[in-house]
Design a protein around this ligand. Structure first.
Ligand SMILES: [Zn+2]
Length: 322
């Protein structure tokens, strides 16, 4: 090898090493890495977050953030569970558009969906943040701080820069917010996944963002909600003029996401009710429920959640019988 060839070889080697170190650095600092930005309609994108709970590795990123690029703005629905997750999401959005994020919509009180608000206020003080009025009320009564503390403990300190950032604007049921060429229609629920749920229809794109009113491939938590209420909301959602459904957790799909989740809830609730009428106790009912749920037994955290789900169903059956 001549002198020039050595020099060329050295330059190539250096650039390879440099490229490698940059991409390696990216993968450790980008907490959304490994999760694609998926375009699901003409203006709507979403990132399918991890199905496990908050951890030091995911820094509280575990939901399905969505964003809509309008003529001049960006709308974000559920910006993630920590400021760290929200900042990662903002970087992702900036890869698609230079438009500023001007509007945010929060689906419900559980912190994994909305504590990322903070990152978007950092970037734009004028950003409007919409939510169910009850969500704003409960967050301000202390539930917001409870979620910040819970995230800090579950991520072992990785979410330490997160502080509560409340929504700014309370919505009414069926309210339509027009942002440039896009309409967001709010569907508020009384008691479904929680007492604070809003679902968002992106009218022009025929997309419904359900928040945790629907899960896909992951067992839900229903401690703060109602089986009967959540099933009724699935029926309501199935009648909407939509084609694409983004669940709170798990992959995007069509209306079958709603049908399947309603079936999941109905198998737990109606089996529990039937077996309580036969005088069985919750621990005797659990195996009977599991036996009927082959279609769902591989959902993430099914085994961990099903006992609790049956107990919650039993309590609701008792309340409804009373
Ligand atoms: Zn939730």
């Amino acid at each position: 090898m001549g002198k020039h060839q050595y020099r060329l070889f050295g330059a190539i080697l250096l650039s390879v090493l440099f490229t490698f170190s940059v991409s390696a650095k990216d993968s450790t600092t980008d907490i959304l890495s490994g999760y694609d930005t998926q375009k699901i309609a003409a203006h709507t994108w979403f990132i399918p977050g991890p199905l496990e709970g908050p951890s030091p590795e995911n820094k509280g990123f575990m939901n399905n953030p969505a964003f809509v690029i309008t003529e001049k703005s960006v709308i974000v629905i559920d910006p993630g569970g920590t400021v760290e997750a929200g900042r990662g999401l903002l970087k992702r959005i900036q890869k698609q558009t230079k438009n500023p994020v001007t509007h945010i919509f929060n689906s419900h009180i559980h912190g994994d969906h909305w504590l990322g608000n903070q990152a978007f206020v950092e970037a734009n003080k004028e950003v409007k943040i919409y939510a169910h009025p009850k969500m704003i009320e409960i967050a301000k009564e202390g539930e917001g701080q409870v979620w910040v503390d819970r995230m800090l403990s579950l991520t072992k300190g990785a979410s330490k820069e997160t502080v509560v950032t409340f929504p700014t604007d309370a919505l009414k049921d069926q309210q339509e917010i027009k942002i440039d060429n896009i309409t967001i229609k709010a569907h508020l629920n009384e008691k479904a996944h929680t007492l604070t749920d809003a679902m968002y229809e992106i009218v022009e794109d025929k997309v419904l963002i359900t928040g945790d009113n629907a899960f896909n491939n992951r067992a839900p938590r229903l401690d703060d909600g109602s089986y009967v209420g959540n099933m009724a909301v699935m029926d309501k959602a199935m009648k909407l003029p939509i084609e694409i459904v983004v669940p709170g957790h798990g992959p995007v799909g069509g209306k079958e996401v709603l049908e399947n989740f309603k079936e999941f809830l109905s198998l737990v609730y109606n089996t529990t009710k039937k077996e309580m009428d036969n005088d069985l106790e919750a621990h005797e009912i659990k195996p009977k429920v599991i036996a009927l749920m082959h279609k769902y037994k591989d959902w993430t955290n099914f085994e961990g959640a099903i006992g609790k789900l049956v107990s919650v169903a039993a309590l609701e059956v008792e309340e409804n019988d009373f």
